[in-house]
Design a protein around this ligand. Structure first.
Ligand SMILES: O=C(O)CCC(=O)C(=O)O
Length: 289
């Protein structure tokens, strides 16, 4: 066994002996919970229509151009790759997204009935974007390292039919349980771990309408975009109560929007309700997602 392999094995806490699948959930949702605790990621094909996804893509580009026109509106994440956090009202399909039964049921099964909607944003790797460093979205909290529970989820939706040349998203199954002092800021594993990540990584080729959920801790990266097309991807972040990630986001809703929402959506919103939205300046807090 090479050093790289033994180093990799030693950093995993391993999957908990008992995966906390709540009683009474559907077989599909039970499978999703098991997948999130084992692989750290799970996908659902065709959750949304292509029309819905086309509108999502339009809204992403409108928000991107608006963000570029302001200092700090878009965060560079390496050459030709940007992240932009937006308000729910900037996405026409937001209510349908957060009210989607799979999104609701998976969030509730993993994060509990009081899960919180804490983030909406998108990444756009343009042609020429390079491989990202392997990373997780934030450091592992004690509820995970000691309590062995997942306390946050990231849902991703592609705006395009992903092909190899676009530099697909890569994720390393099982690495939501990795922990090492050699992860810079708890998020960026040292390069000595890279060979094992590369060996185990899975490339994802979602098409328009698909949705995926992952533990925000599962090690992942966007890869080099060799194509002539951008590959925008929406990110919806959910927390268990107490996970604390809302504090790192600036999402807000207007009162009129809030009041028009179904109660079962409102119940999961912890963001400020305001008279007027302020365009979001991307946080300067260290952030990998
Ligand atoms: O490139 C992607 O598909 C998403 C990237 C992402 O979510 C991340 O880097 O945290």
């Amino acid at each position: 066994m090479s050093d790289a392999i033994s180093t990799f094995e030693e950093i995993s806490l391993g999957v908990p002996d008992e995966i906390p699948v709540p009683t009474g959930v559907s077989a599909d949702v039970a499978d999703a919970v098991r997948a999130l605790y084992t692989d750290g990621t799970v996908g659902k094909k065709g959750a949304f229509s292509r029309e819905w996804t086309t509108a999502m893509a339009e809204d992403i580009y409108i928000a991107f151009h608006e963000a570029l026109s302001r200092k700090g509106g878009a965060m560079g994440r390496g050459p030709r790759r940007y992240y932009v956090e937006i308000h729910p009202e900037q996405l026409r399909g937001w209510t349908e997204l957060v009210d989607n039964p799979w999104v609701r049921e998976v969030s509730e099964a993993v994060l509990g009935p009081d899960y919180q909607i804490v983030e909406l944003g998108f990444d756009i790797p343009f042609p020429g974007a390079k491989n990202q460093p392997w990373h997780r979205d934030f450091r592992m909290p004690e509820q995970t390292s000691v309590g062995r529970r997942l306390t946050s989820l990231a849902f991703n939706l592609t705006a395009v039919d992903t092909v190899e040349e676009m530099g697909p998203f890569e994720i390393v199954p099982g690495t939501q349980w990795d922990t090492s002092p050699d992860f810079e800021h708890g998020m960026f594993p040292d390069k000595k771990f890279y060979p094992r990540f590369a060996d185990r990584a899975v490339r994802k080729y979602p098409t328009m309408g698909d949705i995926a959920a992952r533990s925000a801790l599962t090690i992942h990266r966007g890869t080099q975009n060799f194509s002539s097309q951008p590959r925008p991807v929406l990110v919806l972040g959910m927390d268990a109560p107490g996970a604390g990630n809302a504090a790192h986001h600036d999402m807000a809703v207007t009162r009129a929007f809030y009041e028009a929402l179904p109660e079962r959506v409102r119940a999961h919103l912890v963001c400020p309700v305001v008279d007027e939205l302020t365009p979001i300046t991307q946080s300067t807090t260290l952030r990998a997602s």
